[in-house]
Design a protein around this ligand. Structure first.
Ligand SMILES: C[S@@+](CC[C@H](N)C(=O)[O-])C[C@H]1O[C@@H](n2cnc3c(N)ncnc32)[C@H](O)[C@@H]1O
Ligand code: SF4
Length: 365
């Protein structure tokens, strides 16, 4: 709320608007820091709950290294306790992800409990089980769905290691539309192996039941870690940014937050200025019970605590130092974009892919 007031004020005063954009990340961080010091910390806006690591797909890039025999997840009673704690903390939105959430038979009880607690519920799914679970999904109160398409049919199905995945996803989008779920996002990870298909894929998505298209770069996490074949070159990233800028004239397309700060493209490829909410307004709970500040760094080496030993409120109050008082690489300290970028996204820093300034400093727009 305070942040929204500051933002509205800065935007209303000519000259301040530019300054605000150039200091956006630092202002957000400062606001949160002041609130913590004064003893009324802002609650997290959203929490991602990975209900299982298991999945009926085995995508090449999977950040959670999911596969059919992967670790199952927390028992229902523990999840029920977490949902109550999440609500007591003042969280508004619960994002249910995995692995593939729909393979958990008690998923609908989990959603119902979240609904009863007044949480907004968003579901991330690969779409393959939506038709089979259609009746129960139609009864569940979902506020939105995130689905994934990673190329045209052949590329996507091979990449996701699931024949029929492409058709199932587009069919599931239609089913979700029929169910009256208003927010239907498609996520695509762009990499050198599918870049040439983006124009045609864009046409598919625009003609589908999707309401928004989110374009991501590979996060160096899970099965994508150390995989250089997923890293787009600078010229390819510039192409992607221009592609999003042009497509946005015709359809809601956005660059994922996890890519980080993109300088002069900032407001051309996203609806809002960049600011990573990791550990500041968001966290994720892994199937092991570990709490991670980033929703995409599914690596328990970066655990802030485990819900089997501590309650969530305590972890939220005492952990997350790596996000709240970050020790940034030396280059960041001397950088003119520091206050708009803040060192980018933690998960990208871990893989040394956080800094993109060469894209516009050396290559233009
Ligand atoms: C881990 S999946 C879990 C939910 C569901 N199984 C699905 O595929 O949508 C969540 C999202 O993260 C994306 N994702 C997985 N690994 C990634 C990576 N290394 N980099 C960027 N996005 C990734 C997936 O494509 C998917 O859109
Ligand atoms: S990205 Fe999603 S569908 Fe693919 S293996 Fe991971 S959890 Fe399963």
């Amino acid at each position: 709320m305070t942040g929204q007031l500051i933002e509205a004020g800065c935007r209303a005063i000519p000259g301040l608007s530019r300054w605000y954009l150039d200091h956006h990340v630092s202002i957000k961080r400062l606001e949160k820091q002041v609130r913590r010091r004064l003893g009324f910390p802002a609650p997290p806006a959203s929490v991602t709950l990975l209900v299982t690591y298991a999945c009926n797909f085995g995508c090449d890039h999977c950040e959670s290294t999911s596969h059919p025999k992967a670790e199952w997840g927390l028992p229902f009673e523990t999840i029920a306790r977490l949902i109550r704690e999440i609500r007591e903390m003042g969280v508004k939105t619960l994002i249910i992800s995995g692995g593939e959430p729909l393979i958990r038979p008690d998923l609908f009880e989990i959603i119902e409990l979240a609904n009863q607690q007044g949480l907004k519920v968003l579901l991330c799914t690969n779409g393959s089980l939506v038709e089979q679970q259609g009746d129960r999904l139609a009864r569940a109160k979902l506020d939105g769905v995130f689905m994934s398409v990673d190329g045209l049919e052949e590329t996507n199905d091979q990449f996701r290691r699931h024949p029929g995945a492409f058709k199932q996803t587009f069919h599931a989008l239609e089913l979700f539309q029929t169910m009256g779920i208003r927010y239907r996002m498609v996520n695509t990870m762009v990499h050198p192996g599918n870049l040439h298909e983006m124009e045609e894929l864009g046409d598919w998505i625009m003609a589908s039941a999707a309401t928004i298209w989110r374009i991501a770069l590979a996060l160096p996490s899970g099965r994508a870690k150390w995989q250089d074949r997923f890293c787009a070159t600078d010229d390819q990233i510039r192409w992607i940014l221009r592609f999003i800028r042009d497509r946005r004239q015709r359809f809601p397309v956005m660059l994922s937050e996890e890519v980080g700060y993109v300088g002069p493209w900032a407001l051309e490829v996203r609806p809002k200025p960049f600011a990573s909410g990791d550990g500041l307004s968001h966290f994720a709970i892994m199937p092991t019970g570990d709490v991670i500040g980033s929703s995409c760094l599914h690596d328990i080496t970066y655990s802030e605590g485990n819900i089997k030993q501590q309650d969530l409120q305590t972890i939220w109050r005492t952990g997350f130092k790596r996000y709240r008082e970050p020790s940034l690489p030396e280059d960041c300290h001397e950088c003119r974009y520091l206050h708009a970028c803040g060192g980018g996204v933690y998960a990208m820093r871990v893989g040394d892919r956080h800094c993109l300034k060469r894209l516009w400093e050396e290559g233009g727009q």
